[in-house]
Each structure stands twice: as structure tokens, then as C-alpha cells.
Write a protein that binds this ligand. Structure first.
Ligand SMILES: [Zn+2]
Length: 123
């Protein structure tokens, strides 16, 4: 799969050095490489050790269970952790990672469009 190069992640000030033709070509490449939006799953995976709460369990002595994988969704006050069963961890991981890639690509396209707009070349 096509990955955004660091060159394409350059700051807005560097975009200003490119011609309109170069900006549009880069935008086209980025759009073509955009992953399938159907895969979107926002969140991040976290791994945690847990206490089960059972009296006399080894975890009460600090020997925690896990690690278990959780999908962290929402922001600050609305943040929630959803347990991810081991057999689903890989598919969830790939969705989360593809979503990050889509967001990075959209941000890069947006930066190009902002540059085109500044030059009154947004089509
Ligand atoms: Zn326990």
C-alpha cells in the first residue's frame, strides 16, 4: 500500500515552494492512496494489567492479570475503554491503523487545498 512520504508531510510553508501543477499532482496521488473509508474505526489500542477483585487471588498481592487489550474511544470526559478479545485484536488493530492513515492523508490533502486557496487556484 502507498504510504505518505515524509516529503509529502512537509509543512505548509514548504508547500508554497511547489507549483500549482505539482500541488495538484500530489493531491491526486494522496487521494488515490486513500484507504477504504468503510474500515474507519476511531480510537487507540491500549494494553492494561487488571485486578479481578476476587479475595485471595494473586492479583490482590500485586500479581495482576493480563495484559489485556482495550480500544480507547472518545475524548477526555467521554473516554471509554472497550475490551478487545485476543482473537479480534489483529482486525481491530488494522482498522485503527488504517483510520489513522486516512486522517493523515486527509490532513495532507487539506493543507494542499489551503495552499491552492491562498493562490486562488482552488478548483
Ligand atoms: Zn485476580
Amino acid at each position: 500500500m502507498y504510504r505518505i512520504s515524509t516529503q509529502e508531510m512537509r509543512s505548509d510553508s514548504e508547500l508554497s515552494n511547489l507549483s500549482v501543477r505539482q500541488l495538484r499532482a500530489r493531491r491526486r496521488r494522496l487521494a488515490a492512496a486513500l484507504g477504504d473509508p468503510q474500515a474507519s474505526l476511531e480510537g487507540s489500542l491500549v494494553s492494561q494489567m487488571r485486578r479481578c477483585g476476587k479475595e485471595g487471588c494473586r492479583c490482590a498481592q500485586g500479581e495482576l492479570h493480563g495484559p489485556y487489550v482495550y480500544l480507547s474511544i472518545g475524548r477526555s470526559a467521554n473516554r471509554r475503554l472497550l475490551y478487545v478479545p485476543a482473537e479480534l485484536a489483529e482486525v481491530v488493530r488494522s482498522h485503527v491503523s488504517l483510520t489513522e492513515q486516512i486522517e493523515t492523508t486527509l490532513a495532507a490533502i487539506s493543507a494542499i487545498n489551503l495552499e491552492l486557496f491562498a493562490r486562488r487556484q482552488l478548483d
